[in-house]
Design a protein around this ligand. Sequence first.
Ligand code: ZN
Length: 166
Amino acid sequence: MTIRKILTFPDPALRNVAKEVTEFNSELEKLADDLLETMYENNGIGLAAIQIGVLKRIIVADVSEEKNEPHVFVNPKIKVLDEKKKGGYDEGCLSIPGFYEEVVRPLKVEINFQNLEGENKSLFPEGLLGIVVQHEADHLDGKLMVDYISSVKRQRIRSKLLKMKK
Ligand code: ZN
């Protein structure tokens, strides 16, 4: 397992759209391991491959206290089961370090995905996991949590992070 470098906003690579995974092999397993390892190392609860610069539709998550319930979702598709409501969670993002913001998202979703063997699965994620999978699935389409907040706030975050990079 390798800890990978996480791209940070406003890196344009975070705006790419990731490609469907078609090959389920050891390379994909290695990628999933790296994603989990990188997420745990950075005390994250979710990570998308695009955040380490890999344009594949794969995300990982673990919202458990003990950090022992890793989830891997390949080619995830989110189906919204109710209207938008405040999730009640301040979201953070490993690509936008130091910023937390409550994002309005549907509370009930279904996620259809494939596992590392390529088998079709579905899950009705509850609570925080439901928020995380929506956040991570957004990454695969080049969408970031800052897109949900005002452009003034987004600009402020942008310039702060650009200063930090220097
Ligand atoms: Zn994120």
